[in-house]
Design a protein around this ligand. Structure first.
Ligand code: ZN
Length: 208
């Protein structure tokens, strides 16, 4: 069922899906389409939800965090902001107006504030975000062990996402500043998305 929702600038709806009898504090939040031009995450989440009659109580899904970017076929949202640079981290900075623009101020965007509210309300013990196209599993915070398992399932290498600055990123906000382990799966965009269904399902079944 839809636990939370919000309307975007272009009047699309962002939804949080889960069971009402949720395993609060022990749940895992899985997020698709942070970047509007990476639709695979929503496809995989919706495919899983359609095939699942009884949702496990520890799973929470945001199928598409950036439906406006999706309809515009852009990485950014309708305000041309990269959601993954708009989180209110200590290293957030006002950057140039390019495809990594982090907004006029931290958490200026509806999409960013929706995730922050969900994380604060439901206190997930792990967050997984679904991106493309780098064929790698990145993590921030204490998530190496689970990342290795996911890397094996997808057959992607695993790397801690330290070493390059990503001001205002969700990984920094959750994984580093709040110690909520967060994993970014950068999936293959060149293969048909149907081929990602099996590894995605295998990953979900492994999570508990
Ligand atoms: Zn992305």
């Amino acid at each position: 069922m839809i636990l939370e929702s919000v309307k975007t600038k272009l009047n699309n709806e962002i939804q949080l899906i889960g069971r009402q009898t949720l395993d609060k504090g022990g749940c895992i939040l899985i997020i698709g389409v942070v970047h509007g031009d990476e639709p695979q995450g929503e496809f995989l989440i919706n495919n899983y939800l359609e095939k699942t009659t009884v949702l496990p109580p520890h799973l929470l899904f945001i199928p598409s965090l950036n439906p406006d970017g999706q309809s515009l076929e852009t990485r950014t949202n309708a305000n041309e902001v990269d959601i993954n640079r708009n989180f209110p981290t200590e290293n957030w900075e006002l950057g140039e107006r390019n495809r990594y623009f982090g907004g006029e101020s931290p958490a200026s965007e509806i999409e960013t504030r929706f995730v922050i509210d969900v994380v604060e309300k439901y206190a997930p013990k792990l967050i997984i975000t679904l991106h493309t196209p780098f064929k790698i599993v990145n993590f921030d915070g204490e998530a190496r062990e689970i990342s290795e398992k996911i890397g094996k399932i997808f057959n992607y290498p695993v790397e801690a996402s330290i070493g390059y600055p990503t001001p205002g990123s969700f990984g920094t906000w959750a994984g580093i500043e709040r110690q909520i382990p967060i994993i970014t799966i950068e999936m293959d965009e060149e293969i048909p998305q149907e081929e990602l269904v099996a590894p995605f399902k295998k990953m979900i079944d492994m999570l508990h």
